[in-house]
Design a protein around this ligand. Structure first.
Ligand SMILES: Cc1ncc(COP(=O)(O)O)c(C=O)c1O
Length: 470
């Protein structure tokens, strides 16, 4: 005889609990999410939950949702089962902000218009050329062992060669391959800084949406800025010469503002950091994505004293899924980071490293970048048109010269959280400004890199309509 629907749902929920996926003390998804997950209506979910509560597996608390109270093993056992919720809050690393966690989940949803995603559209993935490279690489393998501590030598040599065109002189021994630029920041945080170190950052900044530095007990100090970038005098005034400090900066096509630090400002900042002995972490993951003209050279290009740790990645120009990035700096620092990397994961995927080396060496690399730049120009211009048409009375913005982002400032006071939720209900995912700086509640970060043209136009039109009613 066929089981009733709510019984089937009870079994599915029980399986999640007894299988250890939903542990004791953890909150189960909302009724709406469960209905979607199990493809039934909400009344079926409510009946199943009530039955499981009667069986003692679940319990509901006002304000806390429905929690796993027991698993069937624990009902049979006399000993108390482990309550993982205690451990979950124990680890040293801080939790992400709630909105950031939500965005991380929602970015995988194809049904949403992705107006915040910092990734190139799948239409810009060079499918044929890339498949060719993967095929060629696959025929060269006899085995896949661990790579050297600093990463695949061929890849490091190729990166050094590419860096020359940006004015950066580096040898393979001063390059470490990492699993994306993010891992470089993580390794720097755990290897080169300590509790009490100060990290100077632009305000707003990508790094403020993460807990990388904060988790290690480092203080983040935001530098006053003007249109040319962070103001060196402002940083000097903040500087405590006794504490160990570093500057983290994204000088080119900044995330989230899209700004480019002026050449003059780069020189002044380099000089100040040299005088004050402040090391610099230069995050240049967007540097190749110029639209109108080549940006000024990276800070690293004028670094004659080894003050700058330069971070790059293939995530923004090719494919974040490869998880390939690099950090370039003085050999002693790279040795230290390489040792930590070995202790962390014993090296990035060897397969990805081989593919990345072939990609960067091939003529496709420059051809692809040229195509991406052209496409980003079209996307940026059509987004600016849509903004002028639908949002010009309620928002203002600067025209980005490259990268993916427009930092949109709303003129009437809006509740950022409100707009984020309202947009989500209308099927649009935006990145609210307060995840990059708690004071940026009047801003959102728009990305023109990912969504389809029609989606960008429709998303901005809908945002315009929404703002009239907020
Ligand atoms: C400024 C900046 N740095 C680093 C990263 C992380 O890049 P990866 O995918 O290489 O870890 C991002 C991704 O959004 C970014 O915007």
């Amino acid at each position: 005889m066929k089981q009733s629907k709510y019984k089937q749902v009870m079994n599915l929920i029980t399986a999640k609990i007894t299988g250890g996926e939903w542990t004791i003390g953890s909150q189960i998804p909302s009724q709406r999410e469960l209905a979607k997950l199990f493809q039934v209506n909400r009344s079926t979910i409510i009946t199943a939950i009530e039955e499981l509560k009667a069986d003692g597996l679940l319990v509901s608390h006002v304000g806390k949702g429905t929690i796993v109270a027991n698993n069937t093993w624990s009902l049979m056992k006399v000993d108390k089962p482990i309550n993982w919720s205690g451990n979950i809050t124990l680890g040293m690393h801080k939790e992400s902000m709630k909105t950031v966690k939500m965005i991380n989940e929602l970015e995988a949803k194809e049904e949403l218009i992705q107006l915040g995603k910092s990734e190139l559209s799948p239409d810009l993935f060079p499918k044929a050329a890339f498949q060719n490279i993967v095929q060629n690489v696959s025929s060269t393998f006899y085995s896949l062992g661990y790579e050297e501590p600093k990463g695949n030598l061929k890849l490091r040599e190729t990166i050094c060669h590419q860096l020359k065109s940006k004015g950066i002189q580096a040898s393979p021994s001063s390059v470490l391959i990492v699993s994306g630029a993010l891992q470089a920041l993580q390794l720097i945080s755990i290897g080169l800084l300590n509790k009490g170190s100060t990290v100077y950052v632009e305000r707003p900044s990508y790094v403020l949406s993460l807990s990388i530095f904060q988790s290690g007990g480092m203080k983040l100090a935001t530098i006053p800025a003007d249109l040319e970038g962070p103001i060196p005098k402002g940083m000097k005034d903040l500087h405590n010469t006794k504490a160990h400090s570093v500057l983290y900066t994204i000088p080119t096509f900044h995330n989230p503002t899209g700004y480019v630090m002026s050449e003059r400002r780069r020189e002044h900042l380099m000089q100040l950091c040299e005088d004050e002995q402040i090391p610099i972490i230069e995050d240049d993951v967007y540097g190749d994505l110029w639209i109108d003209e080549k940006p000024p050279k990276p800070l690293k290009a004028s670094d004659t004293y080894g003050n700058v740790l330069y971070v790059g990645s293939l995530s923004k120009t090719l494919a974040p899924g490869l998880r390939i990035g690099w950090v370039v700096g003085p050999e002693s620092v790279i040795d230290r980071l390489a040792d930590l990397k070995m202790q962390t994961d014993y090296g990035s995927s060897s397969l990805s490293q081989h593919v990345a080396a072939e990609w960067l060496k091939s003529e496709n690399y420059e051809l692809h970048l040229a195509k991406v730049r052209q496409e980003l120009k079209v996307r940026r211009d059509m987004t600016l048109n849509a903004l002028s048409k639908h949002l010009s009375t309620v928002a203002e913005w600067e025209v980005p010269k490259g990268g993916f982002f427009i930092w949109l400032k709303f003129l009437p006071p809006i509740q950022n959280k409100h707009l984020f939720e309202k947009a989500l209900t209308a099927g649009i995912l935006i990145n609210p400004g307060n995840i990059y700086d708690k004071h940026s509640t009047q801003y959102i970060r728009l990305s023109y890199g990912f969504a389809a043209y029609e989606e960008i136009e429709a998303g901005i039109r809908k945002l315009g309509e929404m703002l009239k009613n907020i």
